[in-house]
Structure formats: structure tokens, C-alpha cells
Design a protein around this ligand. Structure first.
Ligand SMILES: [Zn+2]
Length: 175
């Protein structure tokens, strides 16, 4: 495959959505990645079988398997490691799906430099529950009720969190 070099304008566009300050549209999360060129080292991640997703080795991987052990095999990984490129694509798709409303988009998807998926966090869901895993309905599943009893599990986006992100019971805070 021949890769076309990005034009100056294209680069400027990508940089603008990486380096801008999202507070102006109501996103108050911490900046997690400092540079748009930041890459994920393949040796630091591990593919989780039957999920199509990766986790960082060490703490995230350990916590995930401990959860599966405690909650059961019906719990699965629904999103793990995301590179800046991936998060940029997801963010642009999200903006598109809400007709360009940035404040709505960033309530359910962090801007590229602000996602904890690029350093440790991950999402879990109930096997076979599909898209509902990313809705408040996940909080009504048996899997979530079991998860809540685990002392070592922390939720990053609780109800009315100060980051301005919606309630995400499926998003596991690692760092
Ligand atoms: Zn998440």
C-alpha cells in the first residue's frame, strides 16, 4: 500500500482537534495524551481472545481477568486500548452522528487527547447484549450488579461526574 503524505492543511486540521481546549463546549476531563504523535508500543499490549480488543499489560490485564473470575464468563471486554488515531476517528464519527454538536458528542466520547483508553481504562459488557452495553441498561444487568460489589473496581464516569461526561457504568477506571 502506498501512503500519501498528509497535506499541510490536513495536518493542521488533525492538530487542531488534538490540541484544542474542549472546556469551551463543556468537557472538563483531564488531558491524558500530550502529543499527537504519541504511539502505543505493541509490546505493552495484549490481545484479549474472542473480543477483538486489546488491553495494556500489567494492571489493566490483571484487573480484567480478576473481574471475569469474580463476575463470570458472561462478562466481556467491549473496548480496550485506543490509539490517538482510533480515538480521533471515533470522535469525528460521533460529531457527525450528532450533526456537529460538540457538547453533545463529548458527553459520550472524549476528544482524542482526553481518553483514558489510550493509557489504561477499558469498557466491559454483557456477552450478547450488543449496543445496550453502552446504555444505562447495562447498569441493570446481573453482571453489573456483581461488578459493583467488587472492592477493586472503580467507575470513572459516575452519575453527575465533574468531567461533564454521561453516566458510564461500563467504563472501568484503572489509573
Ligand atoms: Zn470507555
Amino acid at each position: 500500500m502506498v501512503l500519501k503524505l498528509l497535506q499541510k492543511k490536513e495536518l493542521e486540521f488533525l492538530e487542531s482537534i488534538f490540541y484544542y481546549d474542549p472546556k469551551y463546549h463543556g468537557f472538563y476531563g483531564q488531558q491524558v495524551s500530550q502529543k499527537i504523535t504519541q504511539r502505543i508500543n505493541k509490546n505493552e499490549v495484549i490481545k484479549i481472545p474472542n473480543t477483538g480488543h486489546y488491553l495494556f499489560k500489567g494492571e489493566p490485564e490483571k484487573i480484567y481477568y480478576k473481574m471475569i473470575g469474580d463476575v463470570g464468563e458472561s462478562l466481556t471486554l467491549t473496548s480496550g486500548v485506543r490509539s490517538i488515531v482510533k480515538q480521533t476517528k471515533l470522535f469525528l464519527d460521533k460529531i457527525d452522528s450528532v450533526d456537529g454538536n460538540l457538547s453533545v458528542a463529548s458527553k459520550s466520547l472524549a476528544p482524542p487527547a482526553y481518553t483514558y483508553h489510550s493509557i489504561a481504562d477499558f469498557d466491559v459488557g454483557k456477552k450478547g447484549f450488543g449496543f445496550a452495553n453502552f446504555t444505562p441498561r447495562f447498569a441493570l444487568t446481573e453482571e453489573f450488579l456483581k461488578m459493583r460489589k467488587l472492592k477493586y473496581i472503580d467507575m470513572r464516569y459516575t452519575i453527575n461526574n465533574k468531567d461533564g461526561v454521561r453516566y458510564e457504568p461500563w467504563h472501568v477506571k484503572v489509573i
